[in-house]
Ligand binder design. Sequence first.
Ligand SMILES: Nc1nc2c(ncn2[C@@H]2O[C@H](COP(=O)(O)OP(=O)(O)O)[C@@H](O)[C@H]2O)c(=O)[nH]1
Ligand SMILES: [Mg+2]
Length: 352
Amino acid sequence: MDTQLNEEDKTTLLQWIGVEAPLSLLYKMSRDGCNPWTFHTKCDCKGPTITVMYNGNNTVYGGYTSQNWNSSSNGYFAWDQRAFLFKLRYNGKSVAKKYPIKADKCGYAIYCRNNYGPSFGESHDLPYFEKDISASNGVYQLNRCNYGNDSTTYIMGGDEEEAIYNNEASVRDLEYCQELKEYVQNFCPYEKTSVDKAKILLLGEVGSGKSSFFNTVNSIFAGFVTFQAISGSAQKSLTNTFRTYHIRDGKAGKMLNFKLCDTKGLEKEGGIDPHDFLYILDGNMPDKHMLNPDLPLSPETQGFVKSPSAKDKIHLVAIVIDATIVDVMTEESIETIKSFQKKLYQRGMISL
Ligand SMILES: Nc1nc2c(ncn2[C@@H]2O[C@H](COP(=O)(O)OP(=O)(O)O)[C@@H](O)[C@H]2O)c(=O)[nH]1
Ligand SMILES: [Mg+2]
């Protein structure tokens, strides 16, 4: 039996979730092993995710949650009114069926615990695992659902409880996929800070793709191709200003909770000035400031932000590297990136 989703399955799942974006695979039992530790290492704090199980009866089923999985040692139920269970194939036949969560049971959508794999519902509405399991003839024997005296957490719509998983708790595979676009859409900075939008600075060599990266992200959320940031091939940066870009979710949608900052590259001649870089990090540089290597920003420059707040500062620096030249990057280029990284560490900042 095929243990991967076909295009029809993927389209059905994405329609149910209400988004259009590729799914990325975070965990696959037959590849990564069946143990709770590996599951949590690969899957915790990834935002909305889909768990898909493939059993020996050619039945494909699973669950969706918009909440994070977590490795709590005490265990807790996460509240999720958008969670649902589903069945895609039954005895090899396509059956697309969705089982929404009961309105009065949203507080029991998923169970997060460090020694459990994914578990849906108050009494494990789907088969689950709570220890390391070795495959026997390519099959992992999971624990059966455990309804006890409780009713199910999800609406069965006339189906018997066992009908989702075809009364067969063992699985040939379990996959865990992330819906990246939705994760980015729902991103929020840590709520205990005064920062409502994270400011992310893109830093890298000329031509590494900083401006294009912003254009790509912006296009994905706009729903059409946009070229707001100037990009293209040249020896020197085509980007000559410091720009802070908001990203809107759809044409008339709300702004996302992060901003991408674009600037010149790290080229030796005429690249970003190290003092200007520190002013960017500290939030002193105004948006649309023209970067001139002969005239770096100073407190006397018009528009200089004299008392930047936490919102004005850069919160994360993403170092952008052109993957096609990573093997042939010069020592000099690597040293330049490292010297800028050092400035970040001195400020206690993170770079990715
Ligand atoms: N094939 C390909 N080309 C890219 C990608 N990102 C950027 N480019 C091209 O690389 C060139 C430089 O990109 P740009 O975004 O201006 O780089 P920047 O100087 O870092 O802002 C442009 O011609 C882009 O079209 C990518 O992911 N794939
Ligand atoms: Mg650029």
